[in-house]
Design a binder for this molecule. Structure first.
Ligand code: UDP
Ligand code: MG
Length: 311
């Protein structure tokens, strides 16, 4: 009998957790009787009585519920990582605790897995619940990261995703510290399938990912998945050097051979010289960036390649 592990990061979700448990276990027992399941809740330093609720559930259903309790708030990415590491199933599904990832869709994920997908990703349809700013921000972010990163990152892909045991083992072997779960799973590759869904509003409480957290997560994943920002200085420097060199040649020709009779002023020539030197400095920075980029990939310590173990 195959076993599915459901991983749920929990931060201040006391009211949502019991509902989530009911709906998940309901769906699974009804539609997938051939699968055994465990639900791993990772309490990410909640300040409400989420832990009490989780302990209740754990005591009432010791064979299906497991609770990991973080000593403080480490963030959703850490919580999901901990859950995946603790999971024992042949397939592992991560989902939010606030019921924005409808449990009723889980059978669809499992079906895709049965049909050979190793990663099944819930993709959010554009929905009205987000503010215009948030939608614009996310569109911009995905444009940017797709343009500058080698990883194939799918727009609006969520953490509502199912991974096969093989993928989870590779995921668990990754050692880098600053991480975005989605991005890393995307980096791993494997056969992927997608399930579009409309996310309802969260059941209780308010989203804890405010604009500030989202922006910092976006920046962090940009840095983790691309070296482009580092190299940008170098590219700007090269452009400046080329432009100021051309201008410098024009100035020299004009001053000593009187080609065009433009008679550039002394300060203008000086300004161009300074511009050229700024270009040189930026190029040196860019060069430094290449070395740092090298160190960056070395310390990320990702495997050179991943071989599928089971075909
Ligand atoms: N979460 C977490 N740690 C945090 C913030 C959030 O574990 O520091 C969990 C939260 O309990 C929920 C999921 O991550 O299960 C998504 O959080 P939220 O609904 O606030 O984010 P959004 O829906 O805006 O992505
Ligand atoms: Mg939410």
């Amino acid at each position: 009998m195959s076993r599915i592990s459901i991983v749920v990061p929990v931060y201040n979700e006391a009211k949502n957790v019991p509902v989530l448990f009911e709906r998940v276990s309901d769906v699974l027992t009804k539609t997938c009787p051939d699968l055994s399941f465990e639900i791993i809740f990772v309490n990410d330093g909640s300040r409400d009585d989420s832990l009490t609720q989780l302990t209740h559930l754990e005591n009432a259903h010791p064979e299906t519920v497991r609770v990991l309790d973080f000593s403080r708030n480490f963030g959703k990415e850490a919580a999901t990582t901990a859950g995946i590491r603790a999971a024992t199933g042949d397939l592992i599904l991560s989902m939010d605790a606030d019921l924005q990832h409808p449990p009723e869709l889980i059978p669809k994920f499992i079906e895709k897995w049965r049909n050979g997908a190793e990663v099944v990703i819930g993709v959010r349809k554009n929905d009205a619940s987000d503010t215009r700013l948030k939608r614009m921000g996310s569109r911009l972010f995905y444009k940017l990261i797709r343009a500058v990163s080698q990883t194939d990152i799918v727009p609006r892909a969520t953490d509502f995703r199912l991974i096969d045991r093989g993928v989870a083992d590779e995921f668990n072997a990754l050692t880098e510290r600053s991480r975005m779960t989605r991005g890393l799973i995307d980096w791993l590759g494997f056969r992927r399938a997608f399930i579009p869904f409309t996310a309802p509003n969260r059941l209780h409480g308010t989203a804890s990912y405010d604009m500030k957290k989202l922006v910092s997560l976006a920046l962090e994943s940009l840095v983790a998945h691309s070296l482009f920002p580092l190299r940008l200085a170098g590219y700007i420097g090269i452009t400046i050097i080329i432009l100021s060199s051309i201008l410098g040649i024009v100035m020299l020709l004009d001053r000593y051979l009187f080609v065009w009779g433009l008679s550039f002023s002394g300060p203008a020539i000086l300004a161009n010289l300074i511009l050229f030197l700024v270009g040189v400095v930026l190029v040196s920075l860019g060069l430094l960036a290449f070395y740092i980029a090298h160190i960056h990939t070395e310390t990320q310590n990702r495997p050179l390649y991943i071989i599928r173990k089971k075909r």
